[in-house]
Design a protein. Structure first.
Length: 128
């Protein structure tokens, strides 16, 4: 899996008659920065647009791992199901899967050099 950045934009018009969509509020999710820029420029150029707040949202895309690094399948009954955990991180977070049949612990997405995962509840990196 991997984290993808998207933008959630809301465009508000003063009156529905003045909006190309015929409604006063249009909400969109865009995945490409150029697309966001187009929408922002159009909103800025439109004198009837009263506000166009947008924010970055992160979405985890892709499939979860199906087996541990030793080849044990995560599918099946309770005997093979991994213990699932969540590791908060600056990137958005990581899914932690502890194999039920061996000591393997898979972290997905893989912790990168930019990551700052925290296991402690106070958000501090635990000192080894
Ligand atoms: Zn395993
Ligand atoms: Zn991370």
């Amino acid at each position: 899996m991997e984290w993808r950045t998207r933008w959630h934009i809301t465009v508000r018009w003063d009156r529905a008659d003045n909006s190309p969509a015929g409604v006063t509020v249009v909400e969109r999710v865009v995945e490409i920065p150029a697309e966001l820029r187009l929408m922002v420029n159009a909103a800025r150029a439109d004198p009837h647009v009263v506000a166009f707040p947008y924010r970055r949202v992160r979405a985890l895309v892709g499939d979860e791992p199906q087996h541990c690094r030793n080849g044990h399948s995560y599918a099946g009954g309770s005997a093979t199901r991994p213990v699932r955990d969540w590791l908060p991180c600056s990137c958005g977070g990581h899914l932690v899967l502890r194999c039920a049949r061996c000591p393997d612990v898979r972290v997905d997405p893989v912790v990168s050099a930019d990551c700052n995962p925290s296991t402690a509840s106070d958000g501090q990196r635990p000192t080894a």
